[in-house]
Design a protein around this ligand. Structure first.
Ligand code: ZN
Length: 183
């Protein structure tokens, strides 16, 4: 998908690269990818009553968190038969690093209180992974961290791609979150 910081959720198809920030496979057999470098990547797997699977990937940046793209995607999976859904959140910039202007923090935290944060140097910040996690949990999803018990922060780890670290000598690049069903 061509990610545009929207709250648009679309079904994957073979013929187009849609403008969207969440991509869904009604059979789970399409290989879905989300690309990030500080935003929050999420992969979702829903299970149907017949034991089939529906899958999705989500790109959740500041606007996506504010617009609850994660919750919208879970609702789309539910409409396609998902009874239970599990999510894996991948590495992103953490709430101690993602500095934003005070008015932006107020605006987002007014909608998503769990995203309210302060940087390690004491300025206004947003905790996007905490916001995404709370939105997924509110939608009844079982949430896991793809990076283990705690996801590493993209800005603080030289081995990861970080948009905010590019000006500090880190190479430009993206992390990919992938999900597909085989067999
Ligand atoms: Zn950090």
């Amino acid at each position: 998908m061509n990610q545009t910081h929207s709250t648009t959720v679309v079904e994957a198809g073979p013929d187009a690269v849609p403008d969207a920030d969440a991509l869904l496979s009604p059979t789970g057999t399409d290989a879905l990818a989300v690309l990030v470098a500080d935003c929050v990547p999420v992969v979702l797997v829903g299970s149907t009553a017949r034991g089939d699977h529906v899958t999705a990937v989500v790109h959740a940046g500041r606007k996506g968190v504010e617009g609850d793209i994660a919750g919208r995607t879970v609702e789309e999976l539910r409409q396609r038969g998902a009874l239970t859904t599990s999510a894996w959140i991948g590495p992103s910039i953490c709430g101690r690093c993602y500095e934003v202007p005070e008015d932006m923090r107020e605006q987002v935290a007014g909608v998503v209180p769990s995203a309210l944060s302060t940087t390690s140097w004491g300025t206004p910040a947003l905790d996007l992974p905490a916001g995404v996690r709370s939105q997924l949990e509110a939608a009844g999803v079982s949430v896991h961290n793809a990076g283990g018990s705690k996801n590493p922060c993209t800005l603080e780890n030289d081995g990861l791609f970080s948009h905010r670290a590019v000006g500090k000598g880190r190479p430009e690049g993206r992390l990919a979150g992938l999900v597909w069903r085989h067999g």
